[in-house]
Design a binder for this molecule. Structure first.
Ligand SMILES: [Zn+2]
Length: 253
């Protein structure tokens, strides 16, 4: 079983380097006792990086996937110079491709804000969201009302982002979450076994269950732009968004 160590609290999502023990070696993969690498899921892409054994060159992590209770780091084995093959019980140092991960954290936080803002202004909820590269998509249950222009939404979103609202994590029992009057901007059903529920909150705007990684302050997202919505099947609509700045205005600590 892999402890998903990035989940614990907001600071854990900023851990870029860690030491962990190899517990299994499925073909092409490495399972650790704990990891700060995010396995693909919930619309957020997997982290990349390296796993470096105590002796020998690093293994490149090209993908991370969840498999039951384990996170499998898909690796490319170093060829030159060839090191001793990894063994179960070995300690490795994990190091994340931070530019990639931090972009995902900014995108994911921006997406929460966008979904919450759209819901607050229009009552339209998000069915699904996906993030990749420096952009993402929010799939809405139905089109935006005709008087809501994407540019106006972007302007409003950017004003809130610039306020530097606090983003935080808390855990609630399943029962407490089910009974809470918090408005639901998302339509993604929680799997039955999830208890407690990890709630990601943007101060004064949104609270929603999520297992992804996010930035501490909305200011760290930087500015976003919205592109023209694209119609999907069954009356749904896809709203593309992207980060305007390659790097955020304030570097993470
Ligand atoms: Zn999230």
């Amino acid at each position: 079983m892999t402890e998903l160590a990035y989940l614990a609290d907001m600071d854990a999502a900023y851990t870029r380097q860690f030491v962990a023990k190899v517990v299994a070696l499925p073909p092409g993969g490495v399972v650790l006792d704990r990891t700060f690498f995010y396995p693909a899921g919930g619309g957020q892409q997997a982290d990349h990086g390296v796993l470096t054994p105590r002796s020998g060159p690093p293994y490149t992590v090209v993908d991370v996937t969840k498999s039951g209770p384990n996170a499998i780091h898909r690796v490319r084995r170093p060829t030159t110079p060839a090191g001793p093959a990894l063994q179960s019980g070995d300690m490795v140092e994990g190091s994340l491709d931070w530019d990639r991960r931090h972009r995902h954290m900014r995108l994911h936080t921006g997406q929460h804000l966008l979904s919450a803002l759209i819901f607050e202004r229009t009552g339209v909820r998000t069915r699904e969201a996906n993030m990749f590269g420096s952009g993402g998509t929010v799939d809405l249950e139905r089109p935006l009302p005709a008087d809501i222009r994407p540019e106006a939404l972007a302007t409003e979103a950017n004003a809130i982002l610039a306020e530097g609202r606090r983003v935080s994590i808390r855990y609630l029992s399943r029962e407490a979450w089910e009974n809470s009057p918090t408005p639901r901007s998302g339509l993604v059903a929680l799997p039955r076994h999830v208890d407690p529920v990890r709630i990601v909150e943007i101060e004064g705007l949104d609270a929603c269950p999520c297992g992804g990684t996010h930035v501490r302050s909305t200011r760290e997202v930087g500015e976003i732009a919205l592109d023209a919505p694209v119609p999907l099947a069954l009356g749904a609509v896809r709203v593309p968004f992207r980060l305007l700045e390659a790097s955020p205005p304030t570097r993470p600590g």
